[in-house]
Design a binder for this molecule. Sequence first.
Ligand code: ADP
Length: 628
Amino acid sequence: MATETRGFQTEAKKLLQLMINSLYSNKEIFLRELISNASDAIDKLRFESLANPELIAEDSDYRIRIEFDKEEGTLTISDNGIGMSRDEVVDNLGTIAKSGTEEFFSQLTGDQKQDSALIGQFGVGFYSAFIVADEVEVRTCRAGSSEGTLWTSTGEDDFTIGEEECSRGTKVTLRLKKDASEFADGYRLRNIVTRYSDHIGIPVEMLEELPPKSDDDDSDTEEILPSMEVVNSARALWSRSRTDVKDEEYQEFYKHISHDFEDPAHWSHNKVEGKLEYTSLLFLPKRAPFDLWNREAPKGLKLYVQRVFIMDEAEQFLPLYLRFVRGIVDSNDLPLNVSRELLQESLHVTSIRNALTKRVLDMFSKVSADDQELYGELWDEFGQVLKEGVGEDFTNRDALLKLFRFASTKDASEDKQRVSLLDYVSRAKDDQDKIYFLVAESLAAARQSPHLETFNKQEVEVLLLFDRVDEWFVSFVEEFEGKKFQNVMRGDLNLAKGDQEQEDSEEKDDPLLGRIKTVLESQVETVRKSKRLTESAACLVLGDEDMGYQMRRMMEAAGQPVPESKPHLEVNLDHPLLGRLDKEQDEERFQNIVRILFDQAALADGTSLAEPGEYVKRINQLIVELME
Ligand code: ADP
């Protein structure tokens, strides 16, 4: 097939530019990325060869090799792994096949500093070669094929692709930029390999460094040629004992499997022996991946069976709400030819999944006990996803609830969610049998809600919920530590026990309530005297069975039918406005003010008005009257 030149996909070009700018000060990670790709390629071949041993008949000693030429300024990383066909080269090195790429690019601001932080979430990879190289050549041949491919690019607009002799695996040659000549040096390279890639289960080889020949050594002994030596420990990290692995090694391993370039927040490495035998190594990232909310985004663990890599993204080992967890699981009980379908049905997998889920929740709980600041950051990143767990994972509901953090009326200075349910319960009043919460569109809206007035006055803490999943998730929880959850916008509040009965009878007798109800007949269920308000004139209260505003908005946005329901209007009879209203003789004016009162109560809850134009007209009419 002829040599041809092709343009990079637009995204690939943008990504390349961004990467070169972002990683300039951390150039050396290109080597980790290329070694990582080489090791993945060997893992894949090892797996394919289980079914097709022919593939490795001629060469079954897997290895990654690093060679350099100081004079030429080149560096070559080669592997004898799976290799790529011509089409695969075009797809893999000319386009970005990740789902959610468009979303990622839409998040970029053009501000170099901010965008640089995002690139880590996207994951670097092969293109990082262009941080140090002004030209990259990839020679590759798919195992089992006899046609090799040569891909060349300067990382600008295009790449060329042509034929090449076949030698199984992939050889990536970098022509180093002038300011990256330091990488054509044996000591420097060894140093990077031990730092970043020591844990890779495949030997990384380099030519040994011979001591320089001294000038006065003129003996005519034969020149000793350097031979290849292995420069990493070449033992899968998770197969080592926990006590032998240094923190830095875990951190590098995390970067190897996740392509993240920040350290993980926490990890947990466990070997389980007995009826089920497996090893797991799980990591909590510090930051959510950019595609956390994308349904097609890759998720799941790397699966190994008896040290042999089987598949990436084995989703069956963790529930969906823990999709951001990275790691590996290596099982001794699964067959080597296990498929995704088999995983789905396997009881082994279900038991491992249950154990790993608990492990992840334990990691969170450990961080929350040891480092509250870090826990707060994790909550900000993953809290919304963990909330999904309440609907998805009944068994761990209590453990999950303990991890949740909320904003609250008790720490008004804090604009973050940092109050736990245990905090709440421990400082609740002695006779308080409920956990009070309010759901609003934003924290600011929540703090201003008239529904909080009586709670503030009586110093009863209310949790302020404003994440879009909140109303949904509380619908799954009945209680925590024996206290029932109570939405402060719902039902008949009975905060101050006492002269309830007397009030009820007063309420029935108050003619003003009846007059208001006549005006709002079609809009409200009842009009009643409020036990909630101390400052505002009126508020709307939902019935116990009514759908909340947040859920309503979500269903409306999704085009689903929403059940009809009318709120109750509660009025504060001690408010001067109500006092005046009671004396209003002009029926038209009375009706106008009642309607304004109703609309204002709706506005205070963040709901939109059915007839905003009418509201504005009424208010303006009042203003005009005032100015006359
Ligand atoms: P990632 O590794 O995150 O998928 P990369 O940009 O590093 O992204 O690589 C893109 C794809 O190119 C890989 O998924 C793989 O299919 C292919 N690839 C890269 N390096 C090699 C290699 N040494 N051998 C075989 N395939 C490779």
